[in-house]
Design a protein around this ligand. Structure first.
Ligand SMILES: Nc1ncnc2c1ncn2[C@@H]1O[C@H](COP(=O)(O)OP(=O)(O)O)[C@@H](O)[C@H]1O
Ligand SMILES: [Mg+2]
Length: 236
């Protein structure tokens, strides 16, 4: 479980201060698919960075499956990030000159849980799960935007992470590729992965089962998604 209590983040750049998060509380259970929505500047990326141990809060508390961020060293945070979290960003963050296979293999080189002899299998499985088996030896820079984001998803899930964090994953994609990316995230969630998605698009948020809305660094609402996409069934 992820638990935030009165979570705050203040940025201080020479002279100016920005209170990006003003005290936010919620819990997210294992297996949930949560969308965080809000206008630009409302604090969505800041919140995702805190939840993903990419930054530290300036107030309140946050724990990831029982481990409080304030009790952990930077090295411990990095180890948990590598072993238990996967990240997908708007701009893909791939190595353009490396192949799809090499990009997806990268997190495994830092992860002790997967021994070298199991790596190839894990990488191929992740690439197949996003429908790119035929592109395994292609340079990532040569792919379309939608394909690049699917490589990024494969890279995020190759470690079999507890939680997948996605910050505006469809922000640079046309609607067809964006829909494919969201369907893959939905399938991963159906397979048991916890997914936390940041978006400013209603359509994208509707693939989640729960919607947290931020406004000016505050939690505006936290409610189930009424008509969830990616399935025929209406949520009760
Ligand atoms: N590294 C930073 N230094 C200073 N201010 C920042 C930094 N990152 C974000 N901010 C500010 O914090 C607020 C929230 O930003 P952000 O979390 O990126 O919002 P969102 O992702 O919802 O657009 C904004 O006012 C933004 O300018
Ligand atoms: Mg953002």
């Amino acid at each position: 479980m992820l638990a935030a209590k009165n979570l705050k983040k203040k940025y201080q750049d020479d002279g100016s201060e920005t209170q990006a998060l003003c005290g936010i509380s919620f819990e997210i259970r294992k297996g949930e698919f949560v969308a965080v929505m809000g206008p630009s500047g409302s604090g969505k990326s800041t919140l995702l960075h805190l939840m993903g141990f990419l930054d530290r809060p300036t107030g309140g508390s946050y724990s990831f499956f029982g481990r409080n961020i304030d009790d952990l060293t930077d090295a411990e945070l990095a180890a948990i990030r590598n072993d238990e979290m996967g990240f997908i960003f708007q701009d893909f963050n791939l190595l353009g000159k490396s192949t799809v296979f090499e990009n997806v293999e990268l997190p495994l080189l830092y992860c002790e849980r997967t021994p070298p002899r199991k790596r190839k299998e894990a990488v191929e499985k992740a690439i197949a799960s996003v429908g790119l088996a035929e592109k395994s030896n292609v340079e990532a820079g040569k792919l379309s935007g939608g394909q690049k984001q699917r490589v990024a998803i494969a890279r995020a899930l190759v470690n079999n992470p507890n939680v997948i964090f996605a910050d505006e994953p469809t922000g640079n994609l046309d609607s067809l590729s964006g829909g494919q990316v969201m369907n893959i995230l939905r399938k991963l969630n159906d397979a048991g992965h916890t997914v936390i998605l940041v978006t400013h698009e209603t359509y994208t948020a509707e693939f989640a089962e729960r919607l947290i809305r931020l406004k000016d660094g505050r939690l505006e609402s936290d409610a189930p998604v009424k008509y969830r996409r990616g399935t025929e069934q209406f949520v009760k």
